[in-house]
Unconditional design. Sequence first.
Length: 596
Amino acid sequence: MLSRITPTPPERPPTPPGRPRFDLARVRADFPILSTTVHGKPLVYLDNGATTQKPRAVIERLQHYYRHENANIHRGIHTLSKQATLAYEAARRTVQQFLNAAEPAEIIFTRGTTESINLVAASWGRAFLRPGDEVIVSGMEHHSNIVPWQLACQASGAALRVIPVNDAGELMMDEYQRMLSPRTRMVSIVHISNSLGTINDVKTIAKLAHAVGARVLIDGAQHVAHRPTDVRDLDCDFYAFSGHKLFGPTGIGVLWGRRELLEAMPPYQGGGDMIESVTFEKTTYAQLPNKFEAGTPHIAGVLGLAAAIEYLQSLGFDSFADHEADLLAYGTQRLAEVPGLRIVGQARHKACIFSFVLEDPPVSTFDIAMWLDGDGIAVRTGHHCCQPLMDRLGIAGTARASLSLYNTREEIDALVASLKRLCSAAPRTRQVHAGGQTALVFPEPAADSPAAAAADLIEAFEFLGDWDQRYAYLLELARKLPPMPPELKTEATRVHGCQSTVHLYSRKRPGTTDGFDFLADSDAELVRGLIAVLQRVFAGQPAGQIVAFDVDDFFRKLGLEDHLTLGRRNGLQAMVRRIKSLAAAMLKPGGEAVSS
């Protein structure tokens, strides 16, 4: 166990003279979901980096639209359509003023940050990228600011370059300046890192890019809910954000772009409302912003987004800036009390995001999240759609607590208390031989066939009843899982596609012609439980029966699908594919199932 000095928590900073007072209790009352319970405990919502909760003003605006204004916009001449159109375009002006954009026509409504970036990469990239050009992104980008530019570079012949990140999670600005050249056409950069909380100096980044004639796109998804955003002061060329991270609805986002650039770009999608005229010979396109808003938009989402912005402006960024700064300082000091906890990302300029791992004892981030959920605490785990960054930092992922204006010191206290209990309960060792080598023990067949073993498991799970009992049973299976020797945990045995680290080693069962043996292990206890389930079904069974076994039907009858995340289900399927592939290899002449 690591020994640490527990610092004295900072005093709450006084409100500076002239700054509006932040009434935390009143703000929390504005968010109905914060009064709910999870597993019989008060909800502690610390997953604001993924999505923020919605104030009553937003919920009521959505209800009002569907109750009193529901109609399509722009083309109708009846009263409801006119009312909806007026409200929709008023919302565009609200967003314009929120960003300090030059005019409403520069505001394009999209489905979110991801679509906004894809729009620029596809449309601007098609118009302006050529072979030999370069696009620069950073090593801390979300996949949605990497993959679209990879596609654009593949289509155009341009090259993608990456600003490196130091150990503290900061961009290496000297390297960035050296990368810039007349070949640089676009710099696409995140304003605040979703995985580390690093606040990037995007104004300087834009100034340096413009000096070599490059354009700049800023991913502002994590910024807009915490700090004022002035696109003209930043002097960028494009700015993208999502409504659902700004206390607004899901499925709505914004792309701001300079008029001259948007006008020079071809449409991103074709369809209704983005045309001026259409014949089979030729189509002419509508003026901005309609050129980029094909089809019926998310009207209610736009109105809800405007309501969210108006709510935030009614509070004033100045009023809660000190509160969020206090949460960052307090959380940093309290988390230092948790044995073996390491905060990943120690940038000098940082938002209220705590990414961390537990190293002594080692606990997988997935197990951390499951444990915290049992205490009603919601955090995010995994690579946070930043796999290249996790690779750079040498970790598979982190647990992330991301805070917002309605969070409290008391909620941080609850997080720390739960993590301390987890550290006390976490196993510190696995079964080992004398001398330190892990025992190589392959399990015996659980039944005469995979189908018989599956039937026994289905019956056991039906008897258990609710998910809490089934989860406890899976953890019990995990504790009894035969360990996998560390020397077998190689890149060859790694199962990719799993959120946690999984290794699987197999062999032909001695004394049989097609018996299939395998060992597997994971750093996540629930995954070890799922591995134990797969061993109950497949270990020691004939390879032909394994290949023929209907795994999808088994999982449905087992009743796990409703309780596993999409990523966890994908990981389970990845393990099954590896097992079936190795078993199929045994059926070929001279085939072996050995992973090495």
